[in-house]
Design a binder for this molecule. Structure first.
Ligand code: SF4
Length: 734
């Protein structure tokens, strides 16, 4: 049966739900109110009572429209969700939801949702499927996984997922199965930032004290559009209080529009800017001598290294005037320690992004921002809270090398981060051994990995591709078995820790169609694989019962309250988990690995005179590759266009709105042009997440183009981060 036919029921017209509320939503990045979607919910939701133990009303749960996990108050009537609001009692929402969070209703009630298990009935990507029962689909997957483990060893199965609360049980499955090959999107996102902060401070990502900050520098972090709800609100409040904001970005983003200074830096040269700031602060003695003396190592080596990195030198690299760099250094020095350079998030830009992140971390140490009001700090949380777990035996010993090369080729990449793009390359080359199967959970590598053609080439090498998701995304479209998961409004997940509180994601409606929670899918599969001992819980509530044991509450109490407060051990702010126990301005681990141990200039590649840097970023209405089929969000941002400065557009006789051909060494796309002053003349910009190839996504299919058709694959040898902005493109008339 064709999924397009199969998934057609419960259709509705876009206009039926758009009326009235879109203007307000489009106008507000963080609106508090959104028109209820009652009409759509009533029209399309299948009949069926919600969990009988729950009553209609307002139920607290956790948003999953992005990874920020805001608190949601869901209004339920007659077993249907009719409204989502921000929970004022949750530190990530502070009473508000962003557009994606508010539109979450249409993810649950998306008529294109996967409704029941499917087994491929034609060539991969042909769209031919047959409906299967859960028993049949799970038996098939278990048999194939057992066959692969028996014939090639469990290491021949690759597993991958997004970063999500269910990871703990997904990882439980792959660890029990015995595969070392697990990929997440982290190397496409923040490997450089986390590796740099680990080597400098011994933490993953320093927290920020916006409430007391007087001066904030961002290098590419675009909080007004790449919304992290509470942090975006904190930035807005800080600006209102008078904090000065500097934004380095080749694009005039909405964050840049709110900044005190927008510095349109040449891509890949932020490192030169930060090295010059370090040079200037040290040359002027404008740094925190007491902090440096007490808490750091490697100051003299740093000082010697930055000697040549003058503001004039950096100006030539960055194309930011020398007097501006000097002024920023003076302002930062005057505001210290109530100032910070934001550590960034997605730092997969250039091979030198790791050194950029090291320079930022070192700069935060030099201005004494660490532990200071208005500076950066260690964040307590997930790792400090002990949750219970069902009993289980130890995992089997795994001796096979990891396909991503960590740590045997990449000793400094944290094991938990890995190098996702390398797994795909290893599947293609068959080195150091050939993978035979890939189990994908809530992830879309066909759209997220650079060079889509290579990802499909890797898929052709595999005997089994399994996908668990809520919709037939592009990766599911090329899979062999697709298993429907319940959405975040319909299921329990493992508990979520934020600071000193533990939150519960709980169903506010009954799972629609035949969808199931990940907790039950992985338990069922584990049992069929002969791994039942690793999944010793009866159901979701039983699993959560184990988790809450150390917290002193029952699951029901937690469900009613939405969260429980826990006592965290005090943090010793100045106990740094580095080899020296201090802030390592000169990293001993980098030195031991024969890498640049103090922040050092690394020249990034540049496009030729006829080519452009290809930039990608975010819009406030979409999350990566996951929300384009949400009809509410589609109406707000239906596709993408290529941004180009008027200068190069005129030189090529290209007009605004005209379709152009964009080419890289990986591929080409045809896309409308948007001519705008809001971008440097040597760059073009494309919003990712569009260009879906799955015909089962009736809204997103064929809307816009995908940057994955253009991006080339480059891997930073230190952090394993992918260098997305090192792809250069030409743009021509059709
Ligand atoms: Fe949901 Fe928006 Fe919060 Fe993300 S930032 S969790 S999408 S409300």
């Amino acid at each position: 049966m064709n999924p397009v036919d199969m998934l057609q029921d419960a259709r509705f017209t876009r206009r039926s739900f758009v009326a009235g509320s879109l203007g307000a939503l489009a106008a507000a990045l963080l609106a508090e109110e959104l028109s209820p979607l009652t009409a759509f919910a009533e029209d399309s939701a299948p009949a069926g009572p919600m969990d009988p133990s729950r009553r209609d009303g307002v139920i607290d749960t956790i948003c999953e429209m992005c990874v920020w996990r805001c608190g949601v108050r869901a209004t339920v009537r007659d077993g249907r969700v009719v409204k989502l609001d921000g929970n004022p009692d949750h530190p990530h929402s502070l009473g508000k939801l962003c557009p994606r969070g508010q539109a979450g209703l249409l993810t649950a009630y998306d008529p294109d949702r996967l409704k029941y298990p499917l087994i491929r009935a034609g060539k991969r990507g042909s769209g031919l499927w047959r409906r299967a029962t859960w028993d049949e689909a799970m038996d098939y997957v278990a048999e194939q996984m057992k066959r692969i483990a028996g014939d090639y060893g469990p290491q021949a199965m690759v597993f991958s997922s997004t970063h999500n609360p269910m990871q703990v049980q997904f990882e439980n499955l792959l660890n029990a199965y015995g595969s070392p090959n697990y990929g997440t999107q982290r190397s496409l996102c923040f490997n450089a930032m986390i590796t740099a902060n680990q080597l400098t401070f011994g933490v993953d990502e320093p927290g920020r004290d916006y409430a007391n900050a007087r001066y904030i520098v961002y290098a590419g972090r675009n909080l007004a559009e790449a919304i992290s709800n509470s942090e975006t609100q904190e930035l807005v409040d800080a600006i209102a209080r008078g904090a000065k904001v500097v934004v380095l970005d080749p694009r005039f983003t909405k964050t840049a529009a709110k900044a005190h200074r927008w510095l349109p830096v040449r891509p890949g040269n932020d490192l030169a800017f930060f090295l010059a700031l370090i040079h200037e602060l040290l040359a002027n003695g404008d740094y925190d001598r007491a902090f440096v003396a007490r808490h750091t190592v490697g100051f003299e080596a740093l000082k010697a290294e930055v000697e040549p990195y003058t503001v004039e030198w950096a100006s030539a690299k960055t194309e930011i005037p020398a007097e501006t760099i000097r002024a920023v250094a003076a302002e930062l020095g005057a505001a210290r320690p109530r100032a910070f350079v934001h550590p960034n998030w997605r730092t997969s830009n250039f091979i030198n992004s790791f050194q950029t992140e090291r320079a930022i971390a070192v700069l935060n140490a030099l201005i004494g921002a660490w532990g200071a009001p208005g500076g950066v700090c260690e964040v307590s949380g997930e790792s400090a809270v002990e949750l219970g777990a069902p009993p289980q035996p130890p995992y089997p010993r795994v001796s096979a090398l990891r396909l991503d090369g960590v740590p045997w080729k990449y000793p400094l990449v944290p094991l938990k981060l890995g190098i996702f793009q390398n797994i795909r390359e290893a599947v293609i080359t068959g080195q150091p051994y050939q993978a035979k199967g890939w189990f994908i959970y809530r992830q879309n590598p066909v759209l997220s990995l650079p060079d889509r053609g290579r990802t499909l080439e890797a898929f052709n090498k595999l005997e089994l591709i399994v996908n668990v998701d809520i919709s037939m995304n592009d990766t599911a479209w090329y899979s062999d078995v697709v298993l429907p998961e319940a959405t975040y409004l319909e299921r329990f997940d493992p508990l979520i820790v934020v600071g000193d509180r533990v939150f519960i994601r709980q169903p506010v409606i009954k799972p629609l169609f035949e969808s199931r929670s990940g907790l039950m899918i992985f338990q069922d599969l584990g049992t069929r694989l002969g791994l039942k001992d690793f999944f010793q819980y009866k159901d979701e509530l039983d699993y959560l019962g184990y988790q809450v044991k150390p917290l002193g509450v029952s699951v029901e109490e937690l469900r009613q309250a939405g969260s429980v407060k826990v006592k965290l051990p005090p943090i010793d702010t100045y106990l740094f988990r580095t080899p020296s126990g201090k802030v390592e301005l000169k990293s001993s681990l980098l030195a031991a690995a024969n890498q640049d141990a103090v922040p050092t200039w690394q020249e990034p590649p540049r496009p030729t005179a006829v080519a452009f840097y290809l930039l990608t970023g975010k819009v406030a209405q979409h999350t990566q590759f996951a929300t384009q089929n949400n009809r509410y969000l589609h109406e707000l941002e239906p596709g993408n266009a290529l941004w180009m400065n008027p200068g190069p557009a005129a030189a090529r006789e290209l007009a605004d709105g005209e379709t152009v051909v964009v080419k890289s060494r990986s591929g080409e796309v045809r896309v409308p042009l948007r001519v705008t002053e809001a971008i440097r003349s040597d760059c073009v910009y494309l919003t990712p997440g569009f260009g879906h190839v799955s015909k089962a996504l009736m809204t997103a299919f064929d809307s816009g183009v995908s940057d994955s058709d253009l991006h080339e694959t480059f891997t930073d040898p230190v952090s394993g981060g992918q260098a997305l902005s090192q792809t250069f493109v030409t743009v021509e008339k059709v």
